[in-house]
Design a protein around this ligand. Sequence first.
Ligand SMILES: [Zn+2]
Ligand SMILES: [Zn+2]
Length: 176
Amino acid sequence: MKLQKITLISFGYFDHDFLQNIAKKIHDEFFITAQVKEAYFDLSDFYDPARRQYDANQLLHYIEKNYSADDAKTIGLFNVDLFIPIFTYIFGQAFLNGRTGIASAYRLSNERYGIDADAELMQERFAKEIIHELGHTFGLKHCHVSDCIMRSGTYVEDIDQKNSGFCQTCNDNLLI
Ligand SMILES: [Zn+2]
Ligand SMILES: [Zn+2]
């Protein structure tokens, strides 16, 4: 079946234009229309008081169960600090060759690191993070090419060093 669409569902408080610009960047990468929706559920169920962060595995499964559809790749967008047990924090995660991913803008702003705000950079980082997670849903694993969007990164600087697109090998392997 040919995939019909990419759906971005905002569960955080994001500016309309911010999300539309990101949707456009995603379209430019995959040539698939990315539609933006908004939804709400109570995040407190996913909060881990001991870590003071949100459980990314549980969130990913919740989105998969309640919001995903077979004819789309669905990415849940958040603005909370995400963790999985083996890492201090993560920017996002997705099911490999699946329907669902999540991404958070929480650690992507300059202000988080005591640097002056840069709206455009912030937008670019979040778009890259979402494209990376979409790459996983389209069957790509992490890549070792230094500027490929599928390279795994720990720090926000790692995101800045990547292109917003796929290296040739990843591009060839995208299961679209
Ligand atoms: Zn990844
Ligand atoms: Zn690559």
